[in-house]
Design a protein around this ligand. Structure first.
Ligand code: SAM
Length: 283
């Protein structure tokens, strides 16, 4: 048996440290060892990898991650009550576990430890998308990300052109990584149960990722294109303040199409030509 298996059951940990779930911190805890193991397995952790876990809470997933042969696990948690609970795990895994109290939205994860790094997290729903966008901007810092989202957000991340869920998030994610939905979790898997079904998504960043200046232009182009997704592109892209007909011609895109019809490659081409227009015109 692993030393982790001798720790108190998570339900007792919750009581001992007064870790009653706070809605404001997006706390929905996982106690089911099969599920925490399944998430950990989806991350495909090897003995070279340092795993960064965001929001370990009472530490169910943290325990599963420590049962892999990960080189190290760094757990970043904002809630002081959880930090106290995690100290118990540290007593049996002192060498491999580091606990950092802080706000994941303000921490540059690449500064914490050298590569290869993998992020694994059951994310707080209220900040899951902003965290994802932040990490995608530096996607080459991570070997993979295995993250849990509301099912509806996971569908948007992996959606293909022409589908209802296809939008800005699909393009921004798929430009940087291969994104695969791994499995769903029913609300009853969590304490307390959320109102929605959750989905684990596995991201493997492309090598190379999109260069950062081009990625910024992709952000702008998709903002306008999907901002008014029912409109034709020649109208929705007006806010870019360049010659739209020229832009669309050079990108070989028909201006009467709508954003949801464009492929990832179409958007990357649009962003590249938009970037060139801005350089040419000193905009
Ligand atoms: N990993 C645990 C599990 O699976 O049972 C808890 C997951 S719970 C959905 C989200 C966790 O993120 C909570 O422990 C919460 O305190 C933490 N959290 C919320 N906001 C955070 C932030 N800004 N930075 C770091 N952790 C945060």
């Amino acid at each position: 048996m692993h030393s982790i298996d001798h720790l108190s059951p998570l339900r007792e940990v919750i009581v001992k440290y007064g870790l009653q779930a706070k809605k404001t911190l997006g706390q929905n805890f996982l106690f089911d060892l099969n599920l925490t193991q399944k998430i950990s397995q989806a991350a495909g952790i090897t003995s070279e990898d340092t795993v960064i876990e965001i929001g370990p809470g009472p530490g169910g997933l943290t325990r599963a991650l420590l049962k892999t042969n990960a080189l190290k696990v760094i757990a970043v948690e904002i809630d002081a009550r959880a930090i106290a609970a995690l100290e118990e795990i540290k007593q049996v895994e002192n060498q491999r576990l580091s606990i950092i109290q802080g706000d994941a939205l303000t921490i540059n994860l690449a500064d914490l430890v050298s590569a290869p790094r993998k992020i694994v997290a059951n994310l707080p729903y209220n900040i899951a998308t902003p965290l994802l966008i932040m990490w995608l901007k530096q996607a080459d810092a991570f070997k993979s990300m295995t993250l849990m989202f509301q099912k509806e957000v996971a569908e948007r991340i992996t959606a293909q052109p022409g589908s209802k869920s296809y939008g800005r998030l699909s393009v921004m994610c798929q430009a940087q990584a291969t994104c695969k939905r791994v499995f769903d979790l029913h609300p009853s898997a969590f304490i307390p149960p959320p109102k929605i079904t959750s989905t684990v998504v596995h991201f493997i960043p492309h090598t190379p990722v999109v260069e950062s200046n081009l990625y910024q232009h992709l952000e702008i182009v998709t903002k306008f294109a999907f901002g008014q997704r029912r409109k034709m592109l020649r109208s929705s892209l007006k806010g870019l303040n360049v010659d739209i007909n020229d832009l669309l011609d050079k990108a070989q895109i028909n201006g009467s199409q709508r954003a949801e019809e464009l492929s990832l490659q179409n958007f990357l081409t649009l962003a590249k030509i938009y970037q060139e227009f801005k350089v040419d015109n000193n905009l």
